[in-house]
Design a protein around this ligand. Structure first.
Ligand SMILES: [Zn+2]
Length: 284
């Protein structure tokens, strides 16, 4: 059997090569990084970030999957034209970096809307994604929407939202990331065995499990249905290891990358201890 792809979000500060070093240090074979600042509209391109050194280090490492996370500022669901255009530009610029380093994909947050007309909002998001796909030419690197924690007009908590956007974009170059904290906080999935089976059966029918690109595997500081996005270390949150284990037990999902975005036991982000707990969920 192929290796399980287990890892976490790591820092690429000081050069992309450092992401490989930081990933290896926590025992990850799948990593996620920011390709540029997640809190600035202005995107510094890939020049000067040490792509050659990065590729060399990656080739020598055990890391088999690399994802980028887009900026938090992006909002493709907005009705504000200026914000929408800035979001498309920013997401495309991050996607360009992901493509230049040969990453497997870039994960982005869909955004939020005050508009009551859901169909209009879905169409707007899809048009933004299509524009981003048009601007960045790549066959390898996928554009991946992440499910949201819901509430406050956030789009993308339900399978209805994600499925409708998926169909509206209609491209093989897009995928879906499921964040376990968000899906619990949104009240969409309680991680009981029956709910898990129903959810992923429906995901398969509507979108196809092949298009579920990766998991963000996080426990949640807040309650089921809280709509409050606060990640917690595995086993220290409201989902807990038993329920996260119910998810890990689903054979069809075990080959996906599982990437931690947890605070870390010493507060410095995904760490070896969380990775070892993640491994234990798979009986490793
Ligand atoms: Zn996430």
């Amino acid at each position: 059997m192929k290796n399980r792809l287990l890892g976490g979000h790591v820092s690429a500060a000081g050069g992309l090569k450092n992401a490989i070093i930081n990933g290896a240090a926590i025992g990850a074979n799948a990593i996620q990084i920011f390709g540029a600042s997640p809190r600035q509209w202005n995107v510094k391109g890939v020049e000067g970030k040490g792509v050659d050194e990065y590729k060399e280090a990656l080739g020598k490492s055990d890391i088999e999957a690399v994802y980028l996370h887009a900026a938090y500022l992006v909002n493709l669901a907005t009705g504000d034209n200026e914000l929408f255009d800035k979001s498309v530009d920013n997401l495309a610029a991050h996607y360009e970096i992901a493509s230049a380093i040969g990453a497997d994909g870039i994960v982005f947050h869909i955004g939020s809307s005050k508009d009551e007309d859901r169909q209009k909002v879905i169409k707007g998001i899809a048009s933004g994604m299509k524009e981003v796909l048009k601007r960045v030419k790549t066959d390898k690197t996928k554009l991946i929407m992440e499910n949201s924690s819901g509430g406050g007009g956030k789009i993308g908590d339900s399978l209805d939202d994600i499925g409708d956007i998926y169909k509206e974009v209609g491209s093989k170059r897009i995928g879906v990331c499921i964040d376990t904290a968000h899906i619990f906080e949104s009240g969409v999935l309680d991680f009981e065995k029956k709910s898990l089976k129903d959810f992923f059966d429906r995901f398969d029918r509507e979108i196809g499990l092949d298009n579920l690109e990766l998991f963000h595997i996080n426990d949640s500081k807040t309650d089921f249905g809280s709509f409050s996005d606060r990640h917690e270390n595995l086993g220290q949150g409201k989902i807990g290891l038993e329920k996260l284990g119910n998810l890990a037990a689903l054979k069809k999902l075990q080959g996906k990358p599982w990437i931690l975005e947890v605070p870390g036991f010493d507060g410095s982000g995904p760490d070896k201890k969380n990775i070892n707990i993640l491994k234990s969920l798979f009986g490793l």
